[in-house]
Write a protein that binds this ligand. Structure first.
Ligand code: GLN
Length: 185
């Protein structure tokens, strides 16, 4: 199985490490050709404006939208959630609020229950995290924090406000790899 990680900026390397530890081949996505034949795609955290510019300058938007149109799984984390939203790549019917938890909460951790993904709560690391501001009817909310959605799903696209790669827990990556296997079948 081949899972791509968008590698234009941000925390892609740690996602690749997690994919390696669950036995999936992680592919750095830097150019359109890297998107070919992927079973899944991870949009990592980082700085969403820089990532968006990097997608444009590398000519990756069309290939990512094709991956999406073929209903192959996509996981966006933190800035990756922003990049996937209506105002950016338009992969999921949400709008996001950047740095939503405010300055005093620039970085924090919490326990988040993710029904359908893990059978017990995960330790979630939020770093200048977004929340979901608006969402369409076909978007399912998997988790909320302080009254705002922080984990959402629409068909093949899952978006998380936090960084699942920054804890020693591979369950979210393993769940995502499982979705990739099923979507290939
Ligand atoms: N605040 C960042 C942004 O708006 C996202 C932060 C992150 O990915 N950790 O792009």
């Amino acid at each position: 199985m081949r899972i791509g990680v968008l590698a234009v900026q941000g925390g892609f390397a740690v996602h690749l490490t997690h994919l390696g530890s669950i036995g999936a081949a992680g592919i750095e996505v830097r150019a359109p050709a890297d998107l070919r034949g992927l079973d899944g795609l991870i949009l990592p955290g980082g700085e969403s404006t820089t990532i968006s510019k990097g997608i444009e300058s590398a000519g990756l938007a069309e290939g990512i939208r094709e991956h999406h149109a073929e209903r192959r799984p996509i996981l966006g984390t933190c800035a990756g959630m922003i990049v996937a939203d209506r105002d950016h790549l338009g992969l999921i019917d949400i709008t996001t609020r950047r740095n939503a938890f405010g300055r005093q909460l620039a970085s924090f951790e919490d326990e988040i229950a993710l029904p359908g993904i893990t059978d017990s709560p995960v330790r979630a690391v939020f770093i200048r995290a977004p929340w979901v501001e608006q969402l369409g009817d076909s978007v399912e909310v998997l988790a909320e924090l302080r009254g705002h959605p922080v984990a959402v799903r629409q068909e093949n696209v899952t978006a998380l406000s936090f960084h699942p790669e920054l804890v020693g827990d591979d369950r979210i990556h393993a769940w995502f790899a499982g979705r990739c296997v099923r979507s290939r079948a």
